[in-house]
Each structure stands twice: as structure tokens, then as C-alpha cells.
Design a binder for this molecule. Structure first.
Ligand SMILES: Cc1cc2nc3c(=O)[nH]c(=O)nc-3n(C[C@H](O)[C@H](O)[C@H](O)COP(=O)(O)OP(=O)(O)OC[C@H]3O[C@@H](n4cnc5c(N)ncnc54)[C@H](O)[C@@H]3O)c2cc1C
Length: 389
């Protein structure tokens, strides 16, 4: 009998429009040409050509793809999700580059910025000529950003920023950082060109995960910014949290790409690899693993698609995104680890994508709200009681 691809089992393509399928296929071809042949080396070296990739992705309209105007493509949430899925099938670090640029840095400027901020930054960011990052996490404040220590003081007509942000994706290659700081009237976002005096960026080395992504610490040492550097709209934690909701939807799709890549690799391997005189794919225990993983992958896809359609209808709520981020990343990680067992010793080699994806998904499980934080969001909706503190 002919083999069926994991996501073809339920004819899920029949739920997509022709345009959505064609956008997905274009991104898949780009990942085939520009990412798959090289990503194992990038991961091994702990260095990816982020600026060159951004320019290529910018030419395709993938940066700020779901935003409108200022050179952004204005695509649907579902089309953006499918693009994230294909990018993360290549590598979670490559998808992170695009998510942070589009859903965090550009989205923050597009939603909360002034007309001058939008005109100055969005067109070059959409083209991939300027790279953005998003600084919320601090050394002492991760899951609880409301307690942040970074301060913004008004002095005359200027702002003075002091503090440290850490674990910031794209920071070592960024031209601009959207930095969140506590000001007199609440938490505010600031547009900080990274060449401003007093800004220092230290690359975080020795990562065992997301090695094909640049991550850094941003030290803000009495950084003086003009009075118009503050994002004028959206004062309070609600503003950065709404950016995270935006990015988490893309992550819910992206994680499925990593899982799909692992499952396809495991099926191909199991059909070729023979032990006890026959392909290991023919053993019932292997088939039970493959069947369970294919079921979870398709459930995750249906969940992401449902939320994508809600987003395109303007009806998506943050706790719904928590359901998808929690489920899809957790299941993707379980799939990647299970696929690793099917490849035996070869599963730990960079010759195959599975352990690279599993290692990457450890970061994806933690960033943009850990699993525990999403459980607390869902728990609060179910019970009406906050268990955060
Ligand atoms: C590769 C990578 C890239 C990142 N990129 C960015 C970025 O671009 N911008 C940015 O701002 N941040 C970024 N982050 C940071 C990320 O968002 C934080 O790591 C995350 O929010 C968790 O914070 P923490 O690491 O300080 O963990 P902590 O908050 O210290 O949590 C540690 C553990 O305690 C649990 N915990 C915390 N509070 C509770 C509670 N109330 N109840 C139960 N359990 C709890 C957590 O779930 C977790 O398991 C990145 C992180 C990584 C690893």
C-alpha cells in the first residue's frame, strides 16, 4: 500500500483556500532551498546568517506579513500561521527570527507607535533591512513581567532608561529594540535604536537550544532618548501582553512544523531501517508510536486553524491562544522526543533533524509564556480564580 503523509490522513488541505496553499508552498520551497541544506551547520556553529535570511524573507513579504500598510503584506492570520509552520519545519530559530520581527517588534510599533515611528521603522523592517527585537524579560523577572525593574524617567523633554533585559531574540543583530520599562504612569514601550549611547548588547553563548538564533542581553545604562521615543498608545502591561498573544498564535502553528518534520523523518527512517529481518516500521510498537503522533499532529493543526479563523474574524481571545500554545508546543516536543527513539542512535545525530528540533522546542516551551503560565491562564478562565501569586 502507498504511504500517506501525516497531515494528508484527514485531508486537512481541503480546509485551506487555494491562496493559503500557494503561500504555504512558496514558503516550503524557500525553506527547502535556503534553510534545510545549511541549518544543521548553523545549529552546530551556534550562528545563523540572520541578516541575510531577513532580507530574503523580506523580499517574499514574510516579515510583518499579517500587518497592513507601511510595506507589510496584509495576509490573513491563517496564511501567516502556515508560513510559520513551514519556517519552523526548517528550524525553530528561523521561525523565531520572523516571529520576533513581525509579531513582536513590528506589531508593537504598528499597534502602539506614532505615525512617525511607523513611517521610520515599518517599511525597512518589512524589507528585512532593519532588524527588530522585543525586550520584556529581565534577569530577575521572567514569568512575572509586571514586577520589572527597568525604569524610564522623564527629564526635561527627554527619557532616561535604566535596566537590563535578557534572553532577547535577535538582540545581537538588531537595529532597533522595543524595550518595556516602568514609567511614572505605568509600563510603557520605547523605540530604542541599538546604536544609542548607553545601549550595550551581549550575546548569550553556550545555548543547547535555538542555536540557529541570535539571543542577547540588552544593558541600558542611563540611555537618553528623545521625548517622542515612547510608544504613545497602550500604557500598562496590557500592551506587551497583546504583542505576546499575537506571537503565540504563530508559535502554535510553528511548533507543528517542527513536529511534522520529525514525524516525516521517523516514518522514512522506520520504513528503511531493518532489524530482526524486516523494516522496523512493520513492528506494531513502532506503528502505535507513529499513529499516536499523527493523531496529535492533526489535532494540533485543527486547533491552530480554528484559532487562525477566529483571529481573521476578529474574535480571538488571549486564553484561547493559551490553549493552542500549551497544547501544540507540548505535543510537538513529545513527538520530537518520540521520533528520536525511532531513529535509535542515529536520532542523536545532526544528520537527522529530530534532536535539533526537540532541543529547540525546549526553548519554545518556555518562551512566550511557559506551559505552567498558560495552564494558569486557562485555570483562571475555568474557575474565575487567579492562582498566579
Ligand atoms: C531562546 C529564548 C528566547 C527568548 N526570547 C525572548 C525575547 O525575544 N523577548 C523576551 O522578552 N523574552 C524572551 N525570552 C524569555 C522568556 O520569555 C522567559 O524565559 C519566560 O517568560 C520564562 O521566564 P524565566 O525564564 O525567567 O522563568 P521563570 O519565570 O523564573 O520560571 C521558572 C519556572 O517557574 C515556573 N513558574 C513561574 N511562576 C509560576 C507560577 N506563578 N506558578 C507556577 N509555576 C510558575 C515557570 O513556569 C517555570 O517552569 C526568551 C527565552 C528563551 C529561552
Amino acid at each position: 500500500m502507498a504511504r500517506t503523509a501525516p497531515l494528508a490522513l484527514l485531508d486537512l488541505d481541503s480546509l485551506l483556500s487555494e491562496e493559503e496553499i500557494s503561500i504555504r508552498d512558496v514558503v516550503r520551497r524557500v525553506v527547502d532551498a535556503q534553510v534545510r541544506p545549511y541549518v544543521g551547520h548553523w545549529f552546530e556553529d551556534g550562528r545563523a546568517p540572520g541578516r541575510e535570511l531577513a532580507k530574503q524573507f523580506g523580499e517574499l513579504g514574510l516579515l510583518g506579513m499579517h500587518l497592513h500598510g507601511y510595506g507589510c503584506a496584509g495576509a490573513s492570520a491563517v496564511a501567516y500561521g502556515l508560513a510559520c509552520m513551514e519556517l519552523e519545519a526548517g528550524d525553530s530559530g528561523v521561525r523565531s527570527l520572523v516571529s520576533v520581527q513581525g509579531s513582536l517588534a513590528m506589531y508593537a510599533i504598528a499597534t502602539f507607535g506614532s505615525e512617525e515611528h511607523k513611517q521610520r521603522w515599518l517599511p525597512p523592517m518589512a524589507r528585512g533591512e532593519s532588524i527588530g527585537c522585543f525586550g520584556l524579560t529581565e534577569p530577575d523577572h521572567g514569568s512575572d513581567p509586571a514586577s520589572m525593574s527597568t525604569r524610564a524617567e522623564q527629564q526635561g523633554g527627554e527619557w532616561l532608561l535604566r535596566g537590563t533585559k535578557t534572553w532577547i531574540t535577535n538582540a545581537p543583530i538588531a537595529d532597533v529594540a522595543v524595550v518595556w520599562a516602568r514609567a511614572g504612569d505605568g509600563i510603557r514601550g520605547f523605540v530604542v535604536p541599538t546604536d544609542t549611547d548607553g545601549v550595550r548588547i551581549n550575546e548569550i553563548a553556550h545555548k543547547l537550544s535555538l542555536r540557529a538564533s541570535a539571543t542577547g542581553e540588552i544593558v541600558l545604562d542611563d540611555v537618553r532618548l528623545p521625548g517622542d521615543a515612547a510608544l504613545p498608545e497602550g500604557i500598562g502591561l496590557r500592551a506587551p501582553l497583546s504583542c505576546l498573544t499575537e506571537a503565540r498564535l504563530g508559535i502554535s502553528w510553528g511548533a507543528l512544523g517542527a513536529a511534522r518534520e520529525c514525524l516525516e523523518a521517523a516514518i522514512a527512517y522506520a520504513c528503511e531501517r531493518e532489524q530482526f529481518g524486516r523494516p522496523i516500521a512493520g513492528f506494531q510498537l513502532t506503528q502505535a508510536k507513529l499513529a499516536d503522533m499523527a493523531v496529535e499532529l492533526q489535532k494540533g493543526f485543527l486547533l491552530a486553524l480554528h484559532l487562525g479563523r477566529l483571529a481573521d474574524d476578529g474574535r480571538l481571545r488571549p486564553e484561547q491562544v493559551s490553549v493552542a500554545k500549551l497544547n501544540n508546543v507540548r505535543e510537538a516536543l513529545a513527538i520530537a522526543r518520540q521520533c528520536r527513539t525511532i531513529l535509535g542512535a542515529n536520532g542523536i545525530s545532526l544528520e537527522y533533524p529530530v534532536l535539533r528540533h526537540a532541543n529547540n522546542l525546549e526553548s519554545v516551551l518556555t518562551y512566550e509564556g511557559t506551559s505552567e503560565i498558560h495552564q494558569l491562564v486557562i485555570g483562571q478562565r475555568l474557575t474565575g480564580l487567579s492562582a498566579f501569586s
